[in-house]
Design a protein around this ligand. Structure first.
Ligand code: ARG
Length: 465
């Protein structure tokens, strides 16, 4: 195609170099924005007709043309041309092909700079709504599993060393808390995103008396952007979104790490369904937790996109610069990655099969009730630091004789502290240890069930429009 056919070819005397054309084109990836580009164009045209810049007849023709083009695109019948650079010029050129003169009027009072900024916001807004749905579904699955496993006991860890027994349901509700914050952050990000750049035109606004409030209303934006220079150049929302996405991925990578540890023969706390694992081409016995491993690995690329976008925006002078075209691929890849990882977790969580016996044995092995014994001594009038010392000796005795604290005899315990009586054995059991942590946010199964009820109520409330 010669330079004459480009919408901006008027002042050029030379055709674009073929490499430069390919190098500067974004249509290969920004065609994803087509639906939202058309949505924005229809609103813009509707507003132009309302202020009398377009006739009703032209508006009608434009809207009909754009709807037909959208159908073509969705059927996969649209020819995307690299010569036409990007999604915006491809659609506009096709519109003029189809409807003639009226098509040439659509770009009145608008620039691709405010157009693209609007398109990405519209697109990302829908995607955020979808992600919130996915997060809510995953949270509901975790809540269900936590309820079922409220009485299941596994060792809680600090430093990856057995620390104190906890309810498996409590552990799962910790995961839920992370995702609830993630969803809240996305909703918050959406608020700042939901501002309309359209009307800023290239950078300074336009000479037409645009009714930007009306266009914003048509597109469901809370308001038009307050400064035209900022409107076309701001990509904070993309960075903020990628930061939110990074936190979700960081959380998923933590869940993944635990699943990878737990499915190993050394822990054997949970089993993943075969459908979520793969085998080894050489070692016949292997069942590898590939899905959690990939999720853990994919966190890296999303963090990379966050740094990439920050670096893209760093030092950019006002207003629009072509650099901004580089915002799309990291954003799209972040979305694709996050959606796939959430999908993997949503499918996997309901099928996590806990090995309750292995969890219990592990909790029994690590002297997990040592703190309970210390607290018991405090209740019997011994200062906590002295109690700590006594229990340390009890643990030593257990290690030396290969026994758990609950397997020491009353005489042995009394030799360490005469305050210890027969009632001590009630608090040395795993169940006793859990039951004793019976306050808001604690691991007592009764508290876990209350946390489950609160989380369900919160989910239901968030689902209200
Ligand atoms: N494809 C461009 C982008 O994504 C659209 C805006 C182009 N504006 C311009 N002045 N060249 O940023």
């Amino acid at each position: 195609m010669s330079s004459e056919s480009k919408p901006w070819a008027g002042r050029f005397t030379q055709a674009t170099d073929a490499f430069v054309e390919a190098f500067t084109a974004s249509v290969g990836f920004d065609q994803r924005l087509a639906r939202h580009d058309i949505q924005g164009s229809i609103a813009h045209a509707t507003m132009l007709a309302r202020i009398g810049v377009l006739s009703q007849k032209d508006l009608h023709t434009i809207v009909g043309g754009l709807e037909t083009i959208l159908a073509e695109i969705e059927r996969g019948d649209f020819f995307w041309s690299v010569e036409l650079e990007d999604v915006h010029m491809n659609i506009e050129a096709r519109l003029t092909d189809r409807i003639g003169e009226a098509g040439k009027k659509l770009h009145t009072g608008r620039s691709r700079n405010d157009q693209v900024a609007t398109d990405i916001r519209l697109y990302l807004r829908d995607e955020i709504d979808g992600l919130c749905q996915q997060l809510a579904t995953l949270r509901a699955a975790l809540i269900d599993l936590a309820e079922r496993e409220a009485d299941t006991i596994l060792p809680g860890f600090t430093h990856l060393q057995v620390a104190q027994p906890v309810s498996f349901g409590h552990h799962l509700m910790a995961w839920h808390e992370m995702l609830a914050r993630d969803q809240d952050r996305l909703r918050d990000c959406r608020k700042r995103l939901n501002v309309m750049p359209l009307g800023a035109a290239a950078l300074a606004g336009t000479t037409f008396p645009l009714d930007r409030h009306y266009t914003a209303e048509l597109l469901g934006f809370d308001r038009p952007a307050a400064n035209s220079l900022d409107a076309v150049s701001d990509r904070d929302f993309a960075i903020e979104f990628t930061a939110c996405a990074s936190l979700v991925m960081m959380h998923l990578s933590r869940f993944s790490e635990e699943l990878i540890l737990w499915t190993s023969a050394q822990f054997a706390f949970v089993d993943l369904p075969d459908a979520f694992c793969t085998g080894s081409s050489i070692m016949p016995q292997k069942k590898n937790p590939d899905v959690p491993e990939l999720v853990r690995g994919k966190a890296g690329r999303v963090f990379g996109h966050l740094v990439g976008l920050l670096t893209l925006m760093k030092s950019q002078p006002l207003a629009y610069n072509k650099d901004n075209q580089e915002d799309k691929e990291p954003l799209f890849d972040t979305l694709d990655t996050l959606k796939a990882c959430l999908r993997a977790y949503t499918d996997m969580v309901p099928h996590l099969a806990p090995n309750r016996e292995a969890m219990r044995l592990a909790a029994l092995k690590g002297y997990a009730t040592a703190t309970d014994l210390a607290d018991y001594l405090v209740r019997k009038g011994i200062a906590f630091r002295d109690a700590h010392e006594v229990v340390g000796k009890a643990v030593r005795l257990g290690i030396d004789s290969g026994r758990d604290l609950s397997q020491l005899t009353l005489d042995e315990l009394k030799a360490l502290s005469p305050r210890i009586e027969a009632d001590v054995f009630g608090i040395l059991t795993l169940e006793g240890s859990l039951q004793a942590r019976d306050h808001f946010g604690g691991t007592a199964p009764n508290q876990v069930r209350q946390a489950v009820a609160r989380a369900r109520a919160q989910l239901a409330e968030e689902a209200q429009p």
